[in-house]
Write a protein that binds this ligand. Structure first.
Ligand SMILES: [Zn+2]
Ligand SMILES: [Zn+2]
Length: 406
């Protein structure tokens, strides 16, 4: 039998799918191989809405809502987090197919609207628990904190996703694989993610009765807040009803302050993605006794000995200094310029890379960026030093080449 190929979405579908405005008819497939890569195909629509938000925000407030350094970090995180999916099917879908093939107890028809709606609810319910556990279990928070590490709240924040999140999220959807066909699941797992793009904006205030059942920009602003009333609230993906049912709902009140209660002071993309694992390991090593060690991994990120499971949230918010912000923005621009030069294979790359490595070692040594674990700090300096040396030798070996980089 010929293998089904995924089809392309039309322009109209592309626009509507960001809001889950698609019908079961146009999004039902008999074979999971025929399910379009909706998330990848949404990229131009993401860009369009990002630009629209910047423009409307500028008209409304006279300010640029998008900060280049923060936005760049978010977009890079978005790209890195989808990289594995270019080569392999997501862990969520592959594990789902395995359970369906081996353990299904019932085969719901793939072409029934009932199955489609059941899968819509099932995926959203699963997402609520994935998300709630990602906040309440420190080991899962290590992945999810990436999404919350921006101190701004705009559409680019939506793209700031974790590479490691799906290492745990797949478990939560497996019960559905006992009866809902993989082709239906593979559609909804994508739309559930896509829906969450447009709610990351400050430009939409209140949506009236829609606020009762749907997850909206207002509800999700609360989720991203570090004000006391916002912490551990509004976990919903598409619907807000799960939060209302399970007691985790909070309406928007005082002006929300965004970001982590302990900001990470950096825009380095790999650090943003992985630093929490080294922090968690240190906490684990330092904890006394097996009970405390297990608590470090499986209780909330704010837990401490003698505190309740989720800790108490009396931490005072801190902000990045202006100097650190400027230096980091400069470093990111230099990194992106170097990347461009490497891709274009320009000779100037040797000089720029040397400068970038020296700049990075300088930032580390002067304490403007702090990689947490001392081993990581040492590794950064050693590899930074070796890279600087390597590129410096490259300059010496090519004394006659032109060093212009446009
Ligand atoms: Zn979250
Ligand atoms: Zn979010």
């Amino acid at each position: 039998m010929a293998r089904a190929e995924p089809s392309d979405v039309t322009f109209s579908q592309g626009g509507r799918m960001l809001f889950y405005l698609v019908s079961p008819n146009e999004t039902s497939f008999s074979d999971v191989g025929a399910v379009p890569r909706y998330v990848e195909q949404a990229t131009p629509f993401f860009v369009g809405l990002l630009l629209l938000e910047v423009f409307v925000g500028w008209l409304k407030t006279g300010n640029l809502l998008f900060k280049v350094n923060d936005g760049t970090t978010s977009l890079s995180a978005g790209m890195i987090s989808r990289l594995p999916n270019l080569f392999v099917r997501s862990l969520e879908v592959s594990s789902y197919i395995y359970v369906w093939n081996n353990f299904r107890i019932l085969e719901l028809p793939w072409d029934s609207a009932w199955t489609w709606w059941l899968a819509f609810l099932g995926v959203d319910f699963g997402y609520y628990w994935v998300h709630r556990c990602s906040h309440e279990l420190n080991i899962l928070w290590a992945a999810h904190q990436v999404h919350h590490s921006s101190e701004y709240y705009n559409l680019s924040t939506a793209l700031r996703q974790s590479v490691t999140q799906q290492c745990a999220s797949w478990v939560f959807y497996l019960p559905m694989a006992l009866l809902v066909p993989p082709s239906v699941f593979a559609v909804h797992i994508q739309f559930n993610l896509l829906y969450q793009f447009w709610i990351h904006t400050e430009l939409i205030s209140d949506l009236g009765p829609l606020e009762w059942i749907l997850n909206t920009p207002s509800h999700h602003r609360v989720h991203h807040g570090r004000n006391l009333y916002c912490i551990d609230k509004n976990y919903g993906g598409t619907l807000i009803i799960w939060d209302r049912l399970f007691g985790t709902f909070a309406p928007e009140g005082d002006k929300v302050v965004y970001g982590l209660t302990h900001p990470i002071n950096t825009f380095e993309i790999l650090y943003v993605q992985f630093h929490y694992y080294t922090y968690l390991w240190q906490q684990f090593v330092n904890a006394n006794g097996i009970a405390h060690k297990l608590s470090v991994i499986f209780k909330g990120p704010s837990w401490e000995p003698g505190k309740p499971r989720l800790g108490d949230h009396e931490n005072v918010p801190k902000m990045l200094s202006q100097t650190t912000l400027l230096l980091m923005a400069g470093y990111i621009l230099l990194t992106l310029t170097c990347l461009g030069c490497i891709i274009d294979q320009r000779p100037a790359v040797a000089l720029l890379e040397t400068a970038r490595c020296v700049f990075m070692i300088g930032l580390h040594s002067l304490g403007f960026i702090n990689p947490g674990a001392s081993l990581l700090a040492l590794a950064t300096r050693v590899f930074g030093g070796l890279s600087a040396l390597y590129w410096a030798v490259q300059i010496l070996r090519q004394p006659s080449v032109e060093t212009k980089c446009h």
